[in-house]
Write a protein that binds this ligand. Structure first.
Ligand code: CA2
Length: 153
């Protein structure tokens, strides 16, 4: 039987993780983040499907695709967090738990990063724990999957 899947989605510029701006985003690269999430998920019998894109429409496509292929989503929409009605609508439309994660503490940064358009339609948000936030978000998501319902219901 195929293992249950979690979609891990990363938005624009996160492919640069570990390669630029280490003071803000740390020195861990995206491949290592994916491995961390895979290890965490595996302990609970889940596999990870990871997608990173710099394009808003791709992220909308992956969110829609998750509906039939995954049990839930961990997403860092990156800059689209603060601008994308399309990503918010895609998250709102699916019937799966979704946890939003941010590496940096966005609330300590510029005011435009304080608002997330997507957080109100997610089931939870993890902010400011560095890349370990992805592991925490995965554990939180697995709890939500067990509960079997979404927060916004
Ligand atoms: O803290 C986060 O995880 C963010 O989602 C990261 C986004 C930022 O726009 C959000 O406000 C908060 C930026 C991702 C860019 O990632 C980079 C990584 C390394 C070097 C340059 C950019």
């Amino acid at each position: 039987m195929a293992a249950k899947q979690i979609f891990l989605l990363n938005g624009p510029n996160l492919n640069l993780l570990g390669k630029r701006e280490p003071d803000t985003y740390g020195r861990t690269c995206l491949e290592d983040v994916v491995q961390l999430v895979e290890q965490t998920a595996k302990e609970y019998g889940y596999e990870i499907a990871h997608y990173q894109s710099n394009h808003e429409g791709d992220l909308v496509d992956y969110i829609q695709e998750a509906q039939d292929k995954a049990e839930g989503i961990v997403i860092n929409p990156a800059a689209y967090t603060h601008t994308s009605v399309a990503i918010r609508d895609a998250i709102s439309a699916i019937e799966l738990p979704v946890i939003e994660v941010h590496i940096s503490n966005v609330h300590r940064r510029e005011p435009f990063r304080h608002e997330s358009l997507s957080a109100p339609v997610c089931d939870g948000q993890i902010v400011g724990f560095g890349v370990d936030g992805y592991r925490l978000a995965t554990l939180g998501l697995i709890e939500k999957i067990k509960e079997g319902r979404r927060n916004n219901e």
